[in-house]
Design a protein around this ligand. Structure first.
Ligand SMILES: CSC[C@H]1O[C@H](OP(=O)(O)O)[C@H](O)[C@@H]1O
Length: 375
């Protein structure tokens, strides 16, 4: 469903049947743009687990709609049990992005105590829809707040081309729309800033090479693909003016879990005195965790490293081995960037230093309310 010209909302209920939730199968991008229907919570779990959908915001929205599908398909007399089972199944899909557990708990809280199955179904769908709509609204607001930072840096540079580096894909494909790290880029472009984006390929799943490059191409934003190991070198050459990345889970003290390799970019940025920003909606804060070392890091299959997928010259999608069959690989999906290496957090309510007292002041309504505390 084309919502914003070149943008696509990444998840939406079928306009004729709310029992069908449509997604874009991101495993096929940039070679194929295929919309796939989800009919059950099992479909939603698989879509998250197999990364048909990925990215904190979109994982959360998919989990929310997964709970809706569970309510839709449950027998009246079993609906509460089915919602509880659905919550457990969805939570098992991927551990690091806090948005998943947050969305599941939010739908449960909205629906489970209601007196009838019909009321539960209605409340589950309404809560899932609100999660998705809020995600898009929050990301749009992140764009407006982040735009100011890019504008200031561009003015400092005498309005010469602003070179932004980003890691992985924290674009509109990782959320319901707009994205987190790319939203300020799009908003700054709309203000006429002359900018260029260095895109980390982001091994092993290549979110940067496959998804961010595709997004920026759709948006006609100048960009250049680089290897994950090149970022520090380009910073030393004075070719990077600022770094902006997303987050899958950020502690209330400002430690950031994001795609593997983010920490190395933060170290290089600090060593070269380059601003390092993390863009995130407040649904990505973990109000319970004080220290990033407590965040569970997803371990994915080593085959995502030893094999690679792409398009053959005759147009077939293929997966090939790039190592000997005996090669074993370790595949940590995320790493932790300590708050001390983060210049600022860009949220839907504004730009805030990565310190607990500042974060709590901006989100006083959330950090103290039990409903935002995930367990
Ligand atoms: C902030 S959402 C985008 C975020 O999610 C990515 O991970 P994955 O593609 O494995 O879901 C990566 O950490 C991005 O920064």
């Amino acid at each position: 469903m084309n919502v914003h010209g070149t943008h696509y909302r990444t998840i939406w209920p079928d306009p004729h049947d709310p029992g069908i939730i449509n997604i874009i199968d991101q495993r096929l991008l940039p070679h194929r743009f295929e919309i796939k229907p989800l009919h059950s919570v099992e479909d939603a779990h698989r879509a998250i687990r197999e990364m048909m959908v990925r990215g904190a915001g979109l994982i959360g929205a998919t989990a929310g709609y997964g709970m809706h599908l569970a309510a839709m398909t449950a027998d009246d007399g079993q609906i509460r049990e089915k919602l509880a089972e659905a919550a457990s199944l969805l939570r098992s899909a991927r551990p690091t992005a806090v948005n998943l557990a947050w969305a599941v708990r939010r739908v449960l809280a909205a629906a489970e105590e209601l007196p009838t199955a019909a009321a539960i179904r209605q409340a589950a769908f309404a809560a899932a829809s609100r999660i998705a709509d809020e995600d898009a609204q929050f990301c749009q607001a992140i764009g407006q707040h982040g735009k100011q930072l890019l504008l200031e840096r561009w003015e400092q540079k005498g309005r010469k081309t602003l070179n932004v580096l980003t890691h992985c894909n924290a674009g509109w494909l990782a959320f319901v729309d707009y994205g987190s790290a790319t939203a300020p880029i799009y908003a700054a472009r709309d203000e006429g800033i002359d900018l260029h984006v260095w895109v980390d390929e982001t091994r092993p799943w290549n979110q940067g090479a496959r998804l961010t490059c595709w997004e920026l191409e759709q948006e006609k934003v100048p960009h250049t693909l680089i290897t994950d190991n090149a970022g520090g070198h380009l910073m030393q050459q004075g070719l990077v003016d600022l770094v902006i990345v997303g987050s899958d889970r950020t502690t209330h003290t400002g430690d950031v879990a994001n795609k593997i390799g983010t920490y190395l970019k933060a170290l290089a940025a600090r060593d070269n005195d380059i601003p390092f920003y993390v863009a995130l909606p407040s649904s990505t804060f973990d109000w319970n965790l004080d220290n990033g070392s407590e965040i569970q890091i997803e371990q994915r299959s080593g085959e995502e490293i030893t094999k690679i997928s792409g398009l053959t010259e005759d147009g077939r999608m293929e997966t090939i081995a790039i190592t000997a069959a005996s090669t074993r690989a370790r595949n940590d999906g995320f790493d932790i960037t300590p708050a001390r290496l983060v210049t600022a957090l860009i949220t839907e309510r504004g730009v805030v230093p990565p310190r607990a007292e500042a974060i709590h002041m901006l989100f006083a309504d959330q950090c103290s309310s039990p409903e935002h505390h995930i367990r």
